[in-house]
Design a protein around this ligand. Structure first.
Ligand code: APR
Ligand code: PHB
Length: 410
């Protein structure tokens, strides 16, 4: 058994774990990152692509926003196509100038992994059989790596290992409460090197079901179709995908749509899920390990980022100022923002998708609500305010990092 010790062990090399690692490095806090998959596998995963300003600011604080600045696409609005009528939601006008940035999570992950490699930060990819021990008192993490058994003694463990990870699974049932809603459909996603059908995202509500027209750049597009949970991706040829998408679009978009060969095609289930609390002694859950949102509100990556704002701040306050206030408040601060994003994501999903189980009355009510939202400045403003992202304490984290650098310099 090889024994190591460090201050923080991060489990998971997704956006949450990588962002935390970069911020701890910036603050001079020792950490080790463990990931069960290979670095190549992690870097190749196709995920979402919308960054709230909070996430853009965090990537800047982490010092890895060079590519984002060059390739990110600022968007000041989205379109909602409701049964053939298009409405533009002017996000910036409705939120005193806020916007979102189109930049793939894949790119975020690659940027963070590249920074990690350049800074030669301690990472174990393809770490197997990761186990958490004694997280209330003297935390330890054991794992197998290249045929050797390892044990890392640490002071804190950040469970950034996603919905299927070991961290949440390590919590005794009596200490954890989970809340879940599974949706009766999935999203069939397709990525292709074709120009986007429009300059901004189009959320489509049609009698054939939901569709989403998104993008990764001006030459790479991402499309989604609501499909039954019984559908299999192998039953969808590219041609069938494009034909179904056209049937859900308005005539103008149908005419402009450029189709092509898929680079990636997959079906993802939709669920809402929250774990309470998000801290257990010296073990913190962050990102998908603690919560899942349906992708309709583009909140998954952005919630992982806001958890890391609070977790990085808490750990820096502890190590730089000996304060445990951030640690004590971590769960409550995260969950306040998490539940508001869960509500928004559930609400957008509810309004824009076709729910077979809805009664005729419920369908009428949903359409009336969407018509109200789209036809009212107040209604559009509430959608815009949530879509660009609710407030988060990034400025506090920035100040902690600046103070830390000043202390180092003095
Ligand atoms: N040991 C080590 N690593 C693990 C383990 C384990 N037992 N279980 C899971 N992991 C790794 C996964 O392989 C993955 O790389 O943890 C990482 C978790 O990353 P994500 O699932 O991306 O979660 P997170 O970092 O919270 O980012 C959330 O990613 O999945 C999307 O839609 C989601 O946009 C959201 C974002
Ligand atoms: C994406 O581009 O993958 C995307 C964009 C907006 C969403 C969901 C996914 O709401």
């Amino acid at each position: 058994m090889k024994k190591l010790n460090t201050q923080v062990v991060i489990i998971g090399s997704g956006p949450a774990g990588l962002l935390l690692g970069q911020l701890l490095y910036k603050a001079g806090i020792e950490h080790v990152l463990l990931e069960q998959r290979s670095a190549e596998y992690v870097a190749a995963r196709i995920r979402a692509g919308i960054l709230e300003q909070v996430s853009v600011d965090l990537l800047h604080l982490a010092g890895i926003d060079q590519h984002l600045k060059q390739q990110g696409l600022p968007h000041s609005g989205i379109e909602i196509l409701s049964h053939g009528t298009k409405y533009r939601i002017d996000l910036s006008a409705l939120t005193q100038g806020k916007q979102v940035t189109v930049y793939g999570q894949t790119e975020v992950t690659k940027d963070l992994m590249q920074a990690r490699q350049q800074e030669q930060l301690s990472s174990f990819y393809e770490a197997q059989n990761v186990q958490i021990h004694d997280f209330d008192n003297a935390p330890k993490v054991t794992f197998d790596y290249q045929g050797e058994q390892y044990q890392i003694d640490c002071e804190f463990i950040a469970g950034c290992d996603g919905y299927h990870g070991v961290s949440r699974a390590s919590i005794p049932q009596e200490r954890i409460q989970t809340f879940e809603k599974v949706y009766p459909f999935g999203w069939l996603g397709l990525l292709a090197d074709v120009p986007p059908v429009a300059d901004e995202l189009i959320y489509v509500q049609s009698k054939r079901g939901f569709a989403l027209c998104s993008m990764r750049s001006n030459t790479r597009s991402r499309y989604y179709l609501q499909v039954p949970l019984t559908d299999k991706v192998e039953n969808w040829s590219d041609e069938q995908f494009w034909e179904e998408l056209k049937l859900r679009l308005d005539p103008e978009s149908r005419e402009k749509l450029v189709t092509g060969t898929s680079l990636e095609k997959s079906i993802a289930p939709l669920r809402s899920f929250v774990t309470e609390p998000m801290r257990f002694g010296k073990l913190f859950l962050a990102g998908d390990a603690a919560h899942i949102v349906p992708p309709t509100g583009a909140k998954g990556l952005n919630l992982a980022a806001s958890d890391i704002v609070y977790l990085a701040s808490a750990l820096i306050e502890y190590y730089q100022h000996g304060s445990e206030q951030g640690i004590e408040q971590y769960s409550q601060k995260c969950l306040q923002r998490v539940w508001k994003a869960e509500r928004f994501s559930w609400w957008m999903t509810n309004l824009l998708h076709d729910f077979e189980g809805d009664t005729a009355f419920e369908k009428k009510l949903k359409q009336a609500e969407l018509n109200y939202i789209l036809g009212s400045e107040a209604g559009q403003a509430t959608l815009a305010e949530n879509y660009v992202g609710l407030p988060c304490e990034v400025e506090h984290l920035r100040q902690l990092l600046v103070e830390g650098n000043c202390q180092k310099a003095s």
